[in-house]
Each structure stands twice: as structure tokens, then as C-alpha cells.
Ligand binder design. Sequence first.
Ligand code: PLP
Length: 399
Amino acid sequence: MWRYGRRVQINIDSLRADTPGCASTNHLNNAGASLPPTPVIDAVSDYLAVESMVGGYEIAADRQADLAAVYANAAALIGGAPENWAFVESATRGWNAAFSALRFSPGDRVLTTKAEYPSNMAGILRACEIQGATVEVAPDDEYGQVDVAALESMLDDRTRVVSLTHVPTQGGLINPAEQVGALLRDTDILYQVDACQSVGQLPVRVERIGCDILSFTGRKFLRGPRGTGMVWANDRALEQMGNPAGIDGNGASWDEPLVVNPGPGAMRFEPYEVFYAGKVGLAAALAYAAEIGMDHIAGRNAELAGHLRTQLAELPGVTVQDKGALKSAIVTFTVDGHEPTAIKTMLRARSINTSVTGAGSARLDFPERNLVEAVRASVHYFNTFDELDALVAAIAELD
Ligand SMILES: Cc1ncc(COP(=O)(O)O)c(C=O)c1O
């Protein structure tokens, strides 16, 4: 295992022993939903067990400190202050809660990139339709990441928001989030980062990126429960926001018959009704990643993904489709004469989990590469090289 060029130890055997799913499944679908470790499973099931005995409102009152840990743990792993974090049910809900709270004047510009995620684009287009904002897409550079110089040349005084998907769903790209942040640092432009696929996979710190808004999901590389996610906004962004779409009495105060004001901090993004057991589970997942160390996790992931790309690229008829100067733990590939869905099904029959990523999730990217679908094998630090070689051997058997 490598940490910026030097070996560090993380004990893969004990991390696998902590992951019951490893015993029966070769799980290479961590960009879909990873396998949760025992502390996460225990946190969720213990909470649910007590909840079923004492009542949902009663356990929430009794376990306030455990529930609040999710904000402190997010702040510890990713940065910002706990009160600037909100717990939501998914990355989509988080991203759109923040974005929908912004107010646009006709002609305000939103700049995005070719890695944009569909549900974020839906939110941007909604602002265009309802508030008269406009959206433009920055081009890629020669590596397939956002062209930072081109993005700089697109900025003007009508630019309100730059939206960046750090690691896209459809391939191994890591966008240069910190370089974009450096570009925007001394401007009034808000910088919104979708870190859905990067939190838990790579070291992600809001202050290092220099963003104003950041969202992620629980179930992917962070290994938290499904139905969980978080969104962070700094004070400068919050000051520019009104009520988000879907706000309820948890995040708003109904001050006068015709006045509903957003509450303080990021709580305006968090609904009253959330997955409470998931909240303690996500707190456990954040603590678990912090304990292993994000540098260790990222170093191991780079080794595993690099190995897989090299092995796949050596097979005749196989094309690794990942773009980017720096590559993530998401490995995408196509095999001449074989449909990605058929490959996924064949692998599943061998207890190897992968997924298929398609143009419907990558409208700004796949069509211009003449790609319709690709197999997506997303590795995580608890995977072994033997597991990757089993995938490669299965692909090698295709004729
Ligand atoms: C880059 C990116 N952003 C956002 C999402 C949406 O996440 P969620 O399903 O938690 O809303 C995904 C899901 O795959 C994603 O890959």
C-alpha cells in the first residue's frame, strides 16, 4: 500500500473480517453501494431494535448525542463546522436542497462541466426554466478533465454558480476540484461540488477544495447505510439562500401567517422525517473511514484500480474507457462484441458484482465518445488483488 509514494500499513485481513459480505461476494460495485462494515451494521440494527421497543420519538430523545455525532463526524472527516452540515436521504436530495435555495435573476449564469450528474442537471435546468438562469458547459482538456483555463475564460460578472462533479458516475475521472476552487477563491461566484463518488474514496476537505457547497451520499465509498446523505454549505452561501424546495418545520420557522423563514445554519436542508437509524449508521461510517485514514484508503484504491486497468487493457478486444489525468477507483471498460449488461449478468453468476453505466447518466460525455454503455467495476480498499484477477479471468474467457 502506498501513501504518496511510501508504503503504509493497513490490515486488509482485519478490514475484510469486519465486512461480512466479503466472505461470499466479490464486490466490485462500490460506486453503486459498497458493503457496510460491522460497526455500521451494528449501529443501524441496534438503533432499530431499541426503536421498535421504546418508540421512535422516545429513542430519538434518548439518543440525541449519538444522532448529533453525524454532524461532528462529517466536520471531522470533510471539514466545515457541524452546524453547516445537514443530514438528508441521498446526494440528490442534498445537492438540490442547496441549489434550490439559491435565487437567480434572469441572465444569471451557471457553469458546469461534462462530468455533470443527471439529477444535478435537472436542478440547474429547473432554475433556468423558472428563474431565467442560463447554463453553459465548460470543455474538457486533453486529459478529459475540466479545462480549468477554458473555465476561467468563461467567468464573468453574471456567473453565479460553478457546479463541479468531483468524480463522475460514469468513469475513472477525478476532476481537478482544488484547481477550480483556486480559480474561484477571490470571486463572488458560488462553487458547488458534488462529492457523491469521492467522499470515502479520496481525501475530500471543503477548505482545501475551496468550495461553498458540497454534498455526498452514505451508501457508496463511505460504506454507510442506504437512504443517507449529507450536504454542507458555508456561511457565505447560506446568507445568499432562501428556503429550499421541500423545506419543512424542521428547517423553517413559520413566524407570521404569511412568513416562513429558514432556520439557522444548514438545518434548513434537513427534513423532519429522516432515517434515524441511518443517521447513527452514517455517523459510524464517517468515524470508520477516519479511523482507517483517507490517505491510506486512497493509496490502496489507486493501487487496486491501477492493477485492474493494466490487466484489462492487456486483454484482446477490451478497451478501458476511463478519462482523466488522475484516475479514481471506478474502472470502466467495453469488450468488442459483448453487451455490457450481458457481461454484468455473467459476472453476477460468478458472485462478482459490477454495474453498467450508460449515456443516460452521461449526456455531456458518452455521446461525444460514441459510447452507449460500459461495464463499471468500482474497487475499494477491502478488495483483494485476487478478486480483481478473478474478474479479469472471467473477461478473458469471453470469445
Ligand atoms: C456523481 C454522482 N452524483 C450524485 C449521485 C446521486 O446519488 P444519490 O443516488 O444518493 O442521490 C450519484 C449516484 O450515482 C453520482 O454518481
